[in-house]
Write a protein that binds this ligand. Sequence first.
Ligand code: GDP
Ligand code: IMO
Ligand code: MG
Length: 430
Amino acid sequence: MSQRLVVIGSQWGDEGKGKITDYFACRADMVVRYQGGNNAGHTVVFDGHKYSLRSIPSGIFNPKTVNVMANGMVVNPESVITELEKLHEQGITDYQLFISDRAAMVMPWHSQLDGAYETLKGNALIGTTKNGIGPAYCDKYSRDGLRMGDLLEPEYFAERLKGALAVKNPQLRLLGLPEYDFQEVYDRYMEIAKVLGHRICDTSDLINRALHTDAKILFEGAQGMMLCIDHGTYPYVTSSTPSSASVPVGAGISPKWIDNVVGVAKAYCTRVGEGAFPTELFDERAHQIRERGHEYGTVTGRPRRIGWFDAVVARYTSRLAGIDNWALMLFDVLSGLDKVCICTGYELDGKIIDYPPSTVSKLARCKPVLIEMEGWKEDISDIKDFDSLPEAAKAYVRKIEEITSVKVGIISVGPDRKQTIIIDEKLKQF
Ligand code: GDP
Ligand code: IMO
Ligand code: MG
């Protein structure tokens, strides 16, 4: 029977999901992206090369792996074409990629609306990636969206496009943005259909067929649980649910199939964009971690905000997503700090709480309750097994396991595929 592994971000995104997905993709038969879009930036490093992926699954480097962009995603076909061209330039030409006919399309007006809404919000802006993700999901739910499969039926596409423009052009006009001409958009998308048409299919069927074989299937989450539209730090969130719970709907499979969930977590925390961040650091240590970890956004180049590992967030996301193991990432980056801290609770208006409150107004008032532990000086980036780590580093890992009640199944000590320590036996067998 097949093995089904879900890899999700458990903090505010950029935890290293691309690296972990690529690591397992070397052995996976199928890699599936099931939510989000090209707001994601996943970095994969191997054989001295670095690759950045936006909406294409991180299994693309293994010619034997079937890569699927499933129905829960919002797909910007222009961005997919650019991404493929870039991969071609980097010598990646032998791959398998399929896109769901039911996936919502990100249209050019979505990124314009995204930018305009941000400007209108002034200081209350969200700090989105301005890729039109929010407006595209809005149109999906208001039923004004176009879907990838529409491209395969020119007459139907024309009808849907007319309907969408009837709703969108007046909105654009109100905001002082340029309107779209039906024929121009139609012609451009018929060109796109020629390039991507052969990849568009019923991916739920594809995945379900694989589920009934002994295939190894990996579901690659984008963003992170604290950016979840329902459970994250609303409104400073993305517009999808980056959880394992999204897999069934977003990939078109039964929930019963999921059997292993890896929560990818940095050994500290980062966040890009606005919104409360209780363990945020503002001193020299933030600078040190940012520079050592090259903490600048893959998509927008913005410096990432830095904070200590937040066990309140870890427990919360583990509860919501059923995390079986942590993949503890960028552990090498903490080397050289005298002391390292873990947040065990929050102090809110004089009371200690062990959960993130629902409003950012309360979350912004939360002060982290920290435990301080000895740091370690050694460079750990070449270490291959847990036992060889410095004692202080091992104690840090054990403390995270104890506070979160979830085992650390993977430790990552560098960006390269090879810098990965697998501890969990089940994961070793994947
Ligand atoms: P994703 O969005 O979750 O896939 O993460 P990103 O790729 O946006 O950001 C993670 C960054 O950390 C990338 O630059 C990775 O190459 C890098 N990275 C991943 N794991 C490690 C690690 O263990 N150590 C170091 N130093 N860098 C890592
Ligand atoms: P990966 O998959 C980090 C953040 C944006 C912003 C908020 C809303 O690489 O981990 P959006 O464009 O989605 O409407 O922006 O969500 N955000 C991410 N932060 N990593 C990501 O993806 C993100 N995708 C969105 O910075 O705060
Ligand atoms: Mg990223």
